[in-house]
Design a protein around this ligand. Structure first.
Ligand SMILES: [Zn+2]
Length: 477
């Protein structure tokens, strides 16, 4: 069973220059998570390298503790103990959670300690106590040197980032740069990073890791928003500024103009505000919608570890899980459930659209009444102005007319709003099931949730192999 873990990364002051940037920590942690067949559902990223934020509370660390206690994640993957818990006080609070929830997972990339075992916890306490005492002066001096070079705009070493030539990372790789620019145009047109990621994986773009085509979502996002694209020199993910307050320019060819790059960054940031955490959280149509027929707990989708393209095994299943507080007794293969629900929902929406649809050209029927009352008001005002009636008379007659006018305007607005909504509904109602499944998963869920508040999956009984649609109960809104 895939367990949901959180990845914790942090840049510490001592990391300066040793290239253990957040991106690399995270990449290594993700690799480890894959190896263990866990699922990384959240990344917690603290940065206490900034001179302005010394001794700052580690917000993401606190959030991670809260999520662990609440059972939102079932474990932690970090680069090493030093990055996870530097102060004995932090370590003790973390250990407390592990004491309370003994089945939590734990792993570090350097494999220096395991908080999942009592012995490992003792070891961790000793290590943190020593780290606190020891001096890092020598390594600090070397790291200062790296920072100095960065401040001069010198490029860092290592393999060329995607977009620059492998043999000379100061020169643009024209083909890769065009791939980046095309994806940026798509982002500005509203295409999701996840969609671009899928396409890049299919086409082998974006320098995926050796031996795989898979790329992390944040990796693609980074390629499209990297400050390096406009020539800015960064240091551990932050743009370096010179003494004049201007960004330090690196010694390499840029790919974007400042305008292009800023537009893409703001489009990505805006999307994130609207859908925080969504990209990571939702993978299966029924996630967060399906509930167990026995205990009514929300059921999540799980990838089936035994699935291969050749085998007949289900690709994924919906499983009531003890880890999430459920009874663990109900599960179903995923695809037939998704297809059934898609069919039901699309049928229902088609039927509803047929009943409620207001023909697009149809005008609001009371337009002339509104026109009349508007004229009445104008005439009254004019009558007062030309002294045919007194102000007192005007003010006696006017309020009722105004109320009628406002009421009519409101009804007209409501009429057209419903017409537009019916049109929009009609769009989804005309989808075929196959078209439905080509939509982004968020959109699919939106359509399902428009008709259903939940889907209850009833127990199928022992040895029952064939999918039985009558045991899948849609709860209509
Ligand atoms: Zn259950």
């Amino acid at each position: 069973m895939a367990r949901n873990v959180g990845i914790y990364t942090r840049i510490s002051r001592d990391d300066e220059g040793d290239s253990l940037g957040v991106a690399r920590q995270r990449q290594d942690c993700e690799r480890l998570t894959d190896l263990r067949s866990w699922q990384a559902v959240k990344v917690y990223e603290d940065n206490d390298v900034s001179a302005f934020k010394r001794n700052v509370v580690r917000d993401e660390f606190e959030l991670m503790l809260t999520d662990l206690r609440a059972g939102l994640i079932d474990g932690v993957v970090a680069y090493d103990l030093d990055r996870l818990a530097r102060q004995p006080r932090d370590l003790e609070r973390l250990i407390e959670v592990f004491d309370d929830r003994p089945r939590l997972e734990f792993a570090t990339v350097t494999n220096d300690v395991n908080l999942g075992t009592p012995d490992g916890r003792t070891m961790a306490r000793i290590m943190v106590a020593f780290a606190n005492k020891s001096s890092h002066d020598a390594s600090r001096r070397i790291k200062r040197k790296h920072l100095e070079l960065a401040q001069q705009g010198k490029d860092s070493g290592g393999p060329a980032p995607y977009g620059w030539r492998k043999d000379d990372r100061s020169k643009v790789d024209a083909a890769a740069a065009e791939v980046i620019r095309e994806a940026q145009r798509e982002v500005l047109a509203g295409v999701r990073i996840g969609t671009i990621r899928t396409r890049w994986q299919e086409q082998g773009f974006g320098n995926p890791r050796e031996g795989t085509k898979r790329m992390a979502h944040h990796h693609v996002e980074h390629i499209l928003t990297n400050p390096r694209l406009v020539g800015y020199r960064t240091y551990h993910g932050e743009i370096l500024h010179g003494e004049d307050g201007r960004p330090i320019m690196g010694e390499w060819e840029p790919i974007n103009t400042l305008e292009e790059w800023e537009a893409v960054c703001s489009a990505v940031a805006e999307r994130k505000q609207k859908h925080p955490g969504k990209a990571l959280a939702r993978k299966y149509l029924m996630s967060g919608i399906a509930r167990c027929g026995l205990c009514k707990t929300k059921i999540r989708g799980q990838i089936n570890q035994r699935w291969t393209p050749e085998s007949k095994a289900a690709k994924y299943t919906y499983q009531c899980s003890v880890v999430n507080g459920g009874c663990g007794k109900v599960g179903r293969t995923g695809e037939p459930v998704d297809r059934l629900i898609a069919q039901l929902v699309l049928e229902e929406q088609r039927a509803r659209a047929a009943v409620t649809a207001v023909p697009a050209e149809e005008r609001w029927p009371d337009e002339s009444e509104l026109e009349q009352v508007t004229q009445d008001i104008a005439q009254l005002v004019e009558a007062e102005r030309s002294k045919q009636i007194t102000v007192a008379t005007l003010l006696q007659l006017l309020p009722a007319k105004e109320r009628l006018r406002d009421e009519l305007k409101l009804r007209r607005a409501r009429f057209y709003k419903e017409q537009k909504q019916a049109e929009a509904k009609g769009d989804t109602a005309n989808l075929t099931v196959d078209e439905f499944f080509t939509l982004p998963i968020e959109r699919q869920q939106e359509i399902v949730l428009h008709s259903l508040s939940a889907v209850i999956i009833h127990p199928a009984g022992r040895g029952k192999r064939k999918f039985d649609p009558s045991l899948i109960e849609p709860v209509w809104r």
